[in-house]
Design a protein around this ligand. Structure first.
Ligand code: BTN
Length: 243
């Protein structure tokens, strides 16, 4: 059985790591109805109320060097965007590196954790959190201006199991073609959905804040941007703002 379903866990990421160390195979999926300690990027927490969203982690054992792991995150983001595109008239966008936005609000996030050794990936636990059936008053107040759900954006209730199935089906297809043919197609799709690509934004890092035009992503997952003087730069970690 490759699909494990729990009512309630602390975090499907933790279970993913446990299963990996027990030697469970590539493609094992952990799903929970609710998480008590859902984890987001940058040590943030991820609100995961019962039955309201997709809280899942996918165990991958790719035959790749660690430097290609960011490509898997970008790949997962394109899968989520394609799922929304296939099932609605909405226009999902991906905010670099991997937030899925609808109408400028975040509905989904991805957390990729990797174990590597001898310049080879041992395994990756790829966590997907997707807000599905929350109503506006079920989104925590402090993030309500910037977070949303599929239901809020589409105006209808979603079948969570079916949505999981369509994500997994698309993930499998996209992953297989990535393994066979490489990153080029994923890069194209990512840039198609890419938020503010070709537009001027404000970029901030720990050290500085400046205006730039977003150009696209690099094979290593970096974001390429061009400043007012025409200098191009690759970014590995930054906040993007607009307006
Ligand atoms: C982000 O910060 O945008 C990433 C959020 C990732 C949340 C998912 S929910 C399933 C998996 N288990 C976790 O604890 N986190 C990820």
């Amino acid at each position: 059985q490759k699909l494990l379903h729990f009512d309630q866990v602390e975090s499907t990421q933790e279970i993913g790591h446990q299963l990996a160390s027990q030697g469970k195979p590539h493609g094992t999926v952990v799903i929970a109805d609710a998480q008590g300690k859902g984890r987001g990027r940058m040590a943030r927490n991820w609100h995961s109320p019962k039955g309201k969203g997709i809280w899942m982690s996918i165990l991958l054992r790719p035959d790749l060097p660690p430097m290609r792991a960011p490509q898997l995150t970008l790949l997962a983001a394109t899968v989520l965007a394609k799922m929304v595109r296939e099932n609605t008239n909405l226009h999902p966008q991906i905010k670099w590196p991997n937030d899925l936005l609808i109408d400028h609000k975040k509905v989904s996030g991805i957390l990729t954790e990797m174990q590597a050794e001898h310049d080879q990936i041992q395994y990756v636990v790829l966590g997907i959190g997707m807000n599905v059936n929350q109503q506006l008053n079920e989104i925590p107040q402090d993030i309500r201006h910037k977070a949303s759900s599929l239901k809020i954006e589409s105006g209808q209730e979603w079948d969570i199991q079916q949505t999981i199935q369509s994500i997994l089906r698309l993930f499998e297809n996209t992953y297989d073609s990535y393994v066979e043919r490489g990153f080029e197609q994923v890069k194209k799709e990512w840039e198609y959905f890419g938020y503010r690509i070709g537009e001027e934004v404000t970029i901030s890092t720990m050290r500085r804040k400046w205006q730039a035009t977003l150009i696209g992503i690099e094979p290593d997952g970096a974001l390429r941007a061009r400043d007012k003087e025409g200098n191009e730069e690759k970014l590995y970690s930054a906040e993007i703002q607009w307006g």
